[in-house]
Design a protein around this ligand. Structure first.
Ligand code: ADP
Ligand code: MG
Length: 368
């Protein structure tokens, strides 16, 4: 009868449309898992496919984050004293610079002590008591805001380092800065090729960092990133992203999640890389495996393929069912033929989705 036929058609349409979306999405998620990526829900893939711009944090994201100490400048205190106090304090920090400072102290067999009442200032530095003195380690501008005086010998050198794009942090206590630590934070070997591949996927690239303009410029240039913003606090990074996406569309933020968890959360897609911190895992929409920066172009390409598959599926299912309904309306469709068409349309959608399975080995490997 015609009423049971139309009921069948409605049901067929529904099942095709369900398959069109869920099937492709599930297969995409499987591919992400296969590569060790944790993705928070199917709709993240859809947003990923739509992004127009990708912003990067610097330290620990584009750079190794495993900094090494190159030089110590001192004033009044000894070099050992400067390093020992800074390293003692940094034991309570997860920042990339902290690791470099601590391992330099260990190499020199300095005995680290346990700091008290430690306070971290994301994007600026760290403050706490080491052997009874309030010690501050951080960037120059912030340390002056803490009321520490920067002697002219050190301020001249700091300016030189800053202008040449090198990372120097101040170490101060008892009202003044007593030393500078010059640290080297190398660009990841795969950073440049990754950025290049992303740009060829028609994405605009941007560097957002709390570091100094000269450093930002040096890193952006060597990574091939088009634009940069320096001296941003995590809050300013969030605001910048919100502004940009309001005007220009979807934006993704890639960070190590160490002090930029809220920044990751404020982007349409927050991508955490090179980290295992709980905060990053909670706030990021996508967590790449450690050392997985070079997966980014693959991630975008896969998300776009999933989206394309869903769209063609919908188109097929729609066309197929419209034809069937039209035929049925004009009484040209035998019930048995109608059933066959419906099954055929579902199968088509499923097979089109399954093509995504072949996506596995198109991974992008840029490690030289
Ligand atoms: P990025 O945005 O590049 O990840 P951050 O926002 O983490 O950089 O930090 C910006 C700057 O603040 C660093 O370059 C450093 O000078 C200073 N800083 C932040 N945290 C610390 C810390 N724990 N020890 C020393 N310096 C720090
Ligand atoms: Mg960072």
């Amino acid at each position: 009868s015609s009423s049971s036929l139309s009921l069948l058609l409605v049901r067929a349409c529904r099942s095709d449309w369900g398959w069109a979306g869920h099937g492709a999405t599930a297969l995409g998620m499987g591919q992400f898992l296969h590569r060790g990526c944790i993705i928070r829900g199917g709709e993240v893939q859809e947003t990923l496919a739509k992004i127009r711009r990708i912003a990067f944090d610097k330290t620990g994201t584009l750079t190794k984050g495993a900094t090494s100490l190159i030089k110590i400048e001192n004033d009044d205190a000894s070099q050992e004293e400067v390093l020992q106090r800074a390293a003692s304090l940094e034991q309570h920090s997860e920042h990339a610079l902290a690791h470099g400072i601590i391992s330099a102290a260990r190499e020199r067999n300095l005995r680290l002590t346990n700091p008290k009442r430690v306070q971290a200032f994301p994007g600026s530095g760290i403050l706490g008591y080491v052997e009874g003195d309030l010690v501050a380690v951080g960037r120059g501008e912030w340390i002056r805001e803490q009321g520490l005086n920067l002697p002219s010998t050190l301020s001249e050198r700091l300016l030189n380092y800053e202008n040449s794009g090198q990372t120097a942090v101040c170490v101060g206590w008892s009202g003044k800065v007593n030393g500078l630590l010059l640290l080297d934070d190398l660009l990841l070997p795969e950073a440049r090729a990754t950025v290049q591949a992303l740009r060829s996927l028609k994405l605009q690239t941007l560097l957002l960092t709390g570091d100094l303009p000269a450093v930002a410029q040096r890193i952006a240039e060597s990574a091939g990133i088009e634009e940069w913003q320096a001296g941003f606090s995590p809050e300013e990074k969030s605001n910048f992203l919100a502004q940009w996406s309001k005007r220009n569309g979807c934006v993704a933020m890639v960070g190590d999640g160490l002090n930029d968890g809220p920044v990751l959360a404020s982007a349409e897609v927050g991508i955490a890389v090179g980290t295992a911190t709980d905060l990053a895992r909670e706030t990021a929409d996508l967590v790449l495996p450690k050392g997985g920066l070079n997966l980014l172009p693959w991630v975008i390409t896969l998300a776009r393929a999933v989206r394309r598959t869903i769209l063609t599926n919908l188109l097929w299912a729609f066309g197929y069912n419209v034809v069937a309904i039209t035929l049925a309306v004009f009484g040209l469709l035998q019930p048995i033929l109608a059933a066959g068409l419906m099954a055929g349309s579902s199968l088509l959608v499923v097979f089109n989705s399954l093509r995504l399975e072949q996506f596995t080995d198109q991974a992008v490997d840029f490690t030289p």
